[in-house]
Design a protein around this ligand. Structure first.
Ligand SMILES: Cc1cc2nc3c(=O)[nH]c(=O)nc-3n(C[C@H](O)[C@H](O)[C@H](O)COP(=O)(O)OP(=O)(O)OC[C@H]3O[C@@H](n4cnc5c(N)ncnc54)[C@H](O)[C@@H]3O)c2cc1C
Length: 423
């Protein structure tokens, strides 16, 4: 015990954050032979998918008809587990193509996927600090109710969404792009809505506008995704917008309290729709959903032109089929821009490699993308794909001290990732 921190455990790879990006990173690293620790501050895996009511996996399919599944690997393993329990819808086109899943089943499926791969999962553990020497992260400090624990590793993946590991280690990060971030939203789940009730983006918008005119509030936005969930038939809505700084607990606390007041007001609006008089709130959040916070400064920054132009890269390690869906601010409609021919784009290796820290990789929404590209690559399908790549790269780095794109691509293909032209 040094200064209240117990130390001693060593892993090949430590992954911070157990959302889609972190799970895929940990599974990819473990399957590549690394002794892997996955650290998650919450009580379950899944990140926004289980902790924030974001129950639609986007980016896995292209928007074109017929839809092409462009993300496989760990994402497909998770989908297969959900399909086996009737807990995921078929791909369906809203503005683009997504699948809706049951978050309770997802929690268990993610546990199983990690267990099968041999990942050590540590829930209720927060990455509090990290140490970097000679351009490499050497250790992370984890906090739980027993105290502080220092773990060392050969390589690290930051999949925390807020890039907590990178910033604590002193690696280069930036907040948003040009100092601006997309707004967040509170995912809200409504029950008591009959199967034949017409609850859509359009009917809810009309109800919200009428409720506002009657003095109901706060109701900031009248846009957002509305979907029916599998199993329960509940309605999930991403309409409660808030602007806040996700790094700052005081600001987030203010926004969460206000978002819960909004959720109650949306319920009032929903109840005015035919058949919906007995609707009720099944759940909010529980956390506000954050679309954007810190990005790790990487060797390559994915650009909006590359996303929209369906870019191909010789060192591609991930694919994504989600268009740009940028949320400019609370109450403002999302800005949609579609990928050339409604196809997919590739993500080059450099976009998940820290620019200044050789054994640090970024997964999910904290990878490097500009304002426009970030409006696409932040979705959970892409997080599975970039996480998978980051985890494999971390395992190779822990093994040999470095990772080259060609080796990462070979291992990803061996692990059933979809990378046209590789392998
Ligand atoms: C309202 C809303 C709607 C959205 N709609 C969709 C959608 O329909 N489909 C879609 O695919 N995407 C959607 N997104 C985007 C998507 O939810 C996120 O961008 C995505 O979850 C990113 O995945 P991730 O793994 O990078 O991060 P997250 O899902 O945010 O996971 C990060 C994890 O890290 C953990 N963590 C954070 N800090 C620490 C720490 N210091 N120590 C340990 N653990 C830590 C968190 O608890 C969390 O579990 C939406 C986002 C929002 C906010």
């Amino acid at each position: 015990m040094i200064g209240g921190i117990d130390s001693g455990e060593h892993y090949d790879v430590v992954v911070a954050g157990g959302g889609a990006g972190g799970v895929a990173a940990a599974v990819g690293a473990a399957r590549a032979g690394a002794r892997t620790l996955l650290v998650e501050r919450g009580p379950c895996l899944g990140g926004a998918g289980t902790l924030r009511n974001v129950v639609t996996y986007c980016g896995i399919y292209t928007r074109a008809e017929p839809h092409e599944q462009v993300i496989r690997g760990v994402a497909e393993e998770v989908l297969a587990g959900l399909r086996a329990e009737g807990a995921v819808s078929k791909p369906r086109r809203y503005t683009a193509v997504t699948v809706v899943f049951d978050p309770e089943t997802a929690k268990r499926v993610l546990d199983d996927v990690c267990a099968r791969a041999g990942v050590e999962v540590r829930l209720h553990s927060t990455v509090l600090d990290a140490r970097r020497e000679d351009g490499r992260v050497v250790s992370a400090v984890l906090a739980d109710h027993a105290g502080l624990h220092e773990v060392t590793a050969g390589a690290f993946v930051d999949a925390s969404g807020e890039a907590d590991l990178a910033v604590r280690a002193g690696a280069a990060v930036r907040y948003g792009n040009g100092g601006r971030v997309q707004n967040g939203s509170l995912g809200v789940r409504f029950g008591g809505v009959p199967a034949d009730a017409e609850v859509t983006r359009d009917t809810l918008r009309a109800a919200v506008r009428a409720a506002r005119a009657d003095g109901v509030g706060p109701l900031i936005s009248d846009h957002g995704l509305i979907a029916r969930m599998p199993i329960s038939g509940d309605v999930i809505a991403f309409v409660v917008d808030e602007g806040y700084d996700a790094r700052d607990a005081r600001d987030t606390s203010r926004a969460e309290a206000h978002a819960r007041r909004q959720a109650r007001a949306y319920l009032e609006a929903l109840r005015t729709l035919p058949g919906c008089g007995d609707a009720y709130l099944v759940g909010t959040g529980p956390e506000l959903g954050t679309r954007e916070s810190r990005h790790v400064e990487a060797r390559y920054r994915l650009s909006g032109e590359e996303v929209l132009g369906a870019a191909r890269f010789p060192d591609a390690v991930a694919l994504c089929g989600w268009p740009v869906e940028y949320h400019p601010g609370p109450g403002l409609p999302a800005e949609w821009h579609f990928i050339k021919d409604d196809g997919y784009y590739e993500i080059p290796f450099g976009a998940v490699c820290s620019a200044d820290t050789a054994n640090l990789f970024a997964a999910g929404r904290c990878m490097d993308a500009d304002r426009v590209a970030g409006g696409s690559v932040r979705v959970m399908g892409a997080a599975f794909a970039t996480g998978h790549a980051a985890g494999v790269a971390a395992a190779l780095t822990a093994d040999t001290g470095t990772a080259e794109a060609a080796g990462v691509r070979r291992e990803l293909v061996r692990q059933d990732a979809h990378l046209p032209g590789a392998g």
